[in-house]
Design a protein around this ligand. Structure first.
Ligand SMILES: Cc1cc2nc3c(=O)[nH]c(=O)nc-3n(C[C@H](O)[C@H](O)[C@H](O)COP(=O)(O)OP(=O)(O)OC[C@H]3O[C@@H](n4cnc5c(N)ncnc54)[C@H](O)[C@@H]3O)c2cc1C
Length: 440
């Protein structure tokens, strides 16, 4: 099979969701020749393509607990009128601290910041394989990635790689160990995914709203809809959220392509049932129900957790443990969505607790030049249900790239990079590294 030879890089970032975005910006800004590879034509992952346009959470306990490139990004969006940043001093449930963004602008701003930083973009080109060799220290050494381009297969070579694919694809192709699910409150299932649909916000007469809610309930009870299609949301709540984060698509594994394919079929069937219910309820057709479009895939809450040298635990997360090699903070309740319509297992962090992410949990075990950042970073599934949120993923992406920068600056292995130099670089780039950096 012929594989075209592509360019060589210092840093190759695999996947351009929120973690890959900050990793590539940090790497390129610090002078690394950087490539970012993304299977879709649009950056942003769950934030944009997946349609979950909420970034949780930069604020906690009335203070700013995460900053850095992620914060710069939302600030730029807000200045342009495309993000709503909540009041840090507000009191309320954790979800009020999410930053809501406009999806086209969110993707545009990623394009802009990546281009300004000087990263090379490889959009619409999934990673299909990874080249490896054995290094002298007995570990696996990644030499390149093979991407599926319009010209055919293309090989890009690099010195350091960061897996930000959410599912840990690149690390798994390189032979990394991982966990997927495990001990749980979800009866052996992974957390459900959700398909975003985009529903117009109509000013419906009260009688139509009531009829729609009655029909949704009846259909759940008589089997014409699945109880997880819209869970217990009313038509008003669905419209208020514009279709964001409504249903659950349960019982699938987003890191298994056959199962993932079945989940896409199930997700679309779920939205189809909802549209039929809206028709039956007499919601105005113009000429169709007010659901204009859907995301191209079911957004995955949980799949592989790549094993690192270190491992974040729920216990350390909820106690706000400051790991000795902490490189960034994270913040969210433990938030494990149960299978079907069985609620969420949550543990809230009490005042003053600010969890950290150790560098060791971002270094892929057994591979001497690969890091991992974002949802697929190393930790137990309960810790993962918290550190997977977007502001935390952005902080991890930036931190992983800072490690690559310092290692390459001194011609060192990523495990030899000085933690103090990494922290200095991160602070120079406006990041919060440990709870001690949290001041206002
Ligand atoms: C339904 C739902 C609701 C959520 N609600 C919230 C919320 O309200 N607030 C919040 O902060 N978080 C929320 N989360 C969690 C959060 O959105 C995600 O965990 C987070 O966005 C993950 O970021 P990431 O960069 O690690 O991965 P992703 O966003 O998944 O990005 C990974 C990127 O890698 C690309 N990729 C994957 N495989 C390959 C490959 N082989 N080759 C090339 N590219 C590849 C993908 O296309 C994608 O762009 C929610 C998640 C879901 C699913």
């Amino acid at each position: 099979m012929h594989i075209h030879n592509g360019k060589s890089y210092d840093l190759i970032v695999c996947g351009c969701g929120v973690a890959g975005f900050t990793a590539a910006v940090q790497g390129a800004r610090a002078g690394l020749k950087t490539a970012v590879i993304e299977r879709y034509g649009m950056p942003g992952g769950i934030l944009t393509v997946g349609g979950n346009n909420d970034i949780a959470q930069f604020f906690a306990h009335h203070r700013q607990v995460i900053r850095g490139i992620g914060w710069e990004y939302v600030t730029r969006l807000a200045e342009a009128g495309y993000a709503v940043i909540p009041d840090k001093m507000a009191d309320g449930p954790h979800w009020i601290y999410g930053v809501h963004v406009n999806i086209p602008a969110a993707a545009y701003m990623m394009d802009t910041m990546l281009t300004e930083a000087g990263a090379d973009l490889y959009y619409g080109q999934p990673i299909a394989a990874v080249d490896t060799e054995k290094s002298e220290n007995g570990m696996t050494h990644v030499t390149g990635v093979i991407i599926a381009s319009k010209e055919g297969l293309r090989r890009l070579t690099g010195k350091v790689f960061i897996d930000c694919t959410g599912d840990g694809d690149a690390a798994v192709y390189a032979g990394a160990q991982y966990e997927c699910g495990g001990e749980s409150e979800t009866d052996g299932f992974l957390q459900p995914g959700t398909i975003r649909f985009y529903i117009d916000k109509l000013n419906l007469p009260e009688e139509v709203r009531r009829r729609a809610d009655r029909i949704l309930q009846e259909y759940r009870e008589n089997g014409r809809m699945d109880p997880t299609d819209v869970r217990r949301r009313t038509i008003s709540a669905m419209m208020e959220a514009r279709g964001n984060n409504i249903g659950h698509v349960s019982g699938f594994n987003g890191a298994d392509s056959d199962s993932k394919t079945a989940s896409e079929v199930a997700g679309r069937a779920s939205v189809y049932r909802l549209m039929n219910a809206l028709q039956d309820a007499g919601v105005p057709m113009d000429p169709f129900p007010p659901i204009e479009t859907i995301a191209p895939e079911v957004a995955v809450r949980e799949s592989r957790r790549i094993l690192g040298d270190g491992y974040m635990t729920e216990e350390n997360y909820v106690s706000g443990y400051q790991y000795p090699d902490a490189v960034c903070t994270s913040f969210y309740p433990i938030d494990l969505h149960r299978h079907g319509d069985n609620g969420i297992r949550q543990t809230f962090l009490t005042d003053g607790q600010i969890p950290t992410v150790p560098l060791s949990a971002l270094i892929v075990k057994g591979i001497d030049n690969m890091l991992v950042a974002g949802r697929c970073a190393s930790g137990d599934r309960l810790a993962n249900s918290a550190y997977r949120v977007k502001a935390s993923c952005m902080a991890m992406g930036q931190a992983a790239a800072a490690c690559a920068v310092i290692a390459l600056r001194h011609n060192q292995n990523i495990r030899e990079a000085s933690i103090e130099e990494i922290r200095t670089l991160l602070r120079e780039n406006n990041a919060i590294v440990t709870a001690d950096d949290v001041t206002d």
